[in-house]
Design a protein around this ligand. Structure first.
Ligand code: NAP
Ligand code: GCO
Length: 263
């Protein structure tokens, strides 16, 4: 029988206070995993702990900035002491800044790359040694449509998510021999706080132009929800995907397959 169970497994989902990370952590918990998560803001942590508890999930939460290697190492050490070696890492924490490239401050560019690309390197580096000792591991990097496509104002994000696709493939290449599988999930356009500005109702009550654009560009003719990422996360975290390595699983309603509706 195909094994989707995560019983006995320890999962760290970064940035899982809400949004896509929260939904994936909930799914991993429902499949049997013990959950650890982190974020930067106390108010996000407090609310997330209450939200997990309301679902019956005894998640362990940490205030940890994934760009700070010392904070990450301390969090991983505490998880290993209290829950056990991390079997599953989901590098989910991420930000976006929508600014035309030639107008973007280099510090803004660096911050996006730091969180969206360098931090997945830092966290993966912190968990791989114990995964090697344990004889298995699952690393899931949350990529994006922008791992494949560009668009106006998201140059830093696209550069980071394109790099994350290749970091995913490189971890798969380097650590596959230790029974560590590293894959990516590439969500399409998902209704979360990160994309809320793209879905704002206009002053005349109409949909945001980008909202209408995405609906037209998506064969499923809808925005995704964080729940759409739950099954793919469990699949890539489970033994059911032990021969899947270096793959980016796009969960996009078909956007990447579709040239778009004739105007
Ligand atoms: P979101 O709603 O903005 O949530 C981002 C989460 O990351 C928050 O919990 C935030 O909490 C945390 N975070 C941000 N920077 C952090 C840092 N330096 N250290 C620790 N935690 C940090 O984002 P989302 O829409 O759920 O997206 C989650 C992931 O999916 C991101 O990597 C995003 O790029 C990717 N993605 C999103 C979409 C989409 O359409 N929504 C599509 C494709 C890919 P704090 O602010 O408290 O730190
Ligand atoms: C944007 C959006 C996208 C989504 C996602 C698509 O401004 O284009 O925020 O980047 O977040 O990454 O897969």
């Amino acid at each position: 029988m195909v094994n989707f169970s995560l019983e006995g497994k320890v999962a760290l989902v970064t940035g899982a206070a809400y949004g896509i990370g929260f939904a994936m952590a909930q799914a991993l918990a429902e499949a049997g995993a013990q959950i650890a998560f982190n974020c930067r803001k106390q108010e996000h942590l407090d609310k997330a702990l209450a939200d997990y508890a309301a679902l019956g999930i005894p998640a362990k939460g940490y205030l940890c900035d994934v760009t700070k290697e010392d904070e990450v190492k301390a969090m991983v050490a505490d998880i290993e002491k209290s829950l056990g070696i991390i079997d599953i890492l989901v590098n989910n924490a991420g930000i976006i800044k929508r600014i035309p490239m030639a107008e973007m401050d280099v510090e803004d560019f660096r911050q996006v790359v730091d969180i969206d690309l360098t931090a997945p390197f830092i966290v993966a580096k912190a968990v791989i040694p114990s995964m090697i000792k344990k004889g298995h591991g699952k690393i899931i990097n949350i990529c994006s449509m922008m791992s494949e496509l560009g668009r106006e104002t998201v140059s830093a994000y696209a550069a980071a998510k394109g790099g994350l696709k290749m970091l995913t493939r490189n971890i798969a290449s380097e650590y596959g021999k230790y029974n560590i599988q590293c894959n990516g999930i590439g969500p399409g356009y998902i209704a979360t706080p990160q994309t809320a500005p793209l879905r704002e109702i206009q002053s005349d009550g109409s949909r945001h132009p980008f909202d209408s654009f995405i609906i037209a560009k998506t064969p499923a003719a809808r925005w995704g929800s964080p729940e759409d990422l739950m099954g793919p996360a469990v699949f890539l975290a489970s033994d059911a995907s032990n021969f899947v390595n270096g793959h980016i699983l796009y969960v996009d309603g078909g956007i990447l397959a579709y040239i778009g509706k004739q105007p």
